[in-house]
Design a protein around this ligand. Structure first.
Ligand SMILES: Cc1cc2nc3c(=O)[nH]c(=O)nc-3n(C[C@H](O)[C@H](O)[C@H](O)COP(=O)(O)O)c2cc1C
Length: 137
């Protein structure tokens, strides 16, 4: 399952033989997580409007608050985010989501992916990352 609008990841998972269900977190009920997926992938961009703090993509926040009540026992999760390394908090929403999943007993599917700029220009790195996800399942 890919909670993201980034079709590069979806297409790469498909090439690796996965059947992918892509969801927008804005329309996703928390009980979707109870389904027997081999892997779930959460994606969220990072935003900051000053020097001192960052925010996760606004659409992800309600879902983030909901998963704070969830126990990810026996769930394998990959996390990625889009951002821009010229900012102080490069893809920091990814770290925030990782921390939450770990604190809720989830199993992270390897290192998270931080995409610097246009995902279509980073497709080689994305494909490599998907390979590590696939091996973790
Ligand atoms: C005003 C503004 C603030 C941003 N702040 C950050 C930031 O703090 N960290 C980061 O990694 N990227 C930052 N970015 C880059 C965005 O996260 C990046 O463009 C991302 O691809 C946006 O994805 P989205 O349109 O799916 O939300 C910022 C971009 C803008 C325009």
């Amino acid at each position: 399952m890919c909670f993201a609008k980034r079709s590069v990841i979806r297409d790469s998972l498909k090439k690796n033989g996965f059947k992918v269900t892509k969801r927008n977190v804005l329309n996703t009920e928390i009980n979707e997580l109870d389904k027997d997926y081999d892997l779930m992938v959460f994606g969220c961009s990072t935003w900051s409007f000053g020097e001192d703090e960052f925010e996760m993509q606004s659409g992800f926040k309600p879902f983030y608050n909901e998963i704070g009540q969830y126990q990810f026992i026996n769930k394998k999760i990959g996390v990625f985010g889009c951002g821009d390394s010229s900012y102080k908090y490069f893809c920091s929403a990814v770290d925030q989501i990782e921390e939450l999943i770990s604190s809720k007993n989830g199993s992270l599917a390897g290192s998270s992916l931080k995409v610097d700029g246009d995902p279509f220009r980073n497709s080689t790195d994305i494909n490599k990352w998907v390979s590590t996800l696939v091996k973790s399942v």
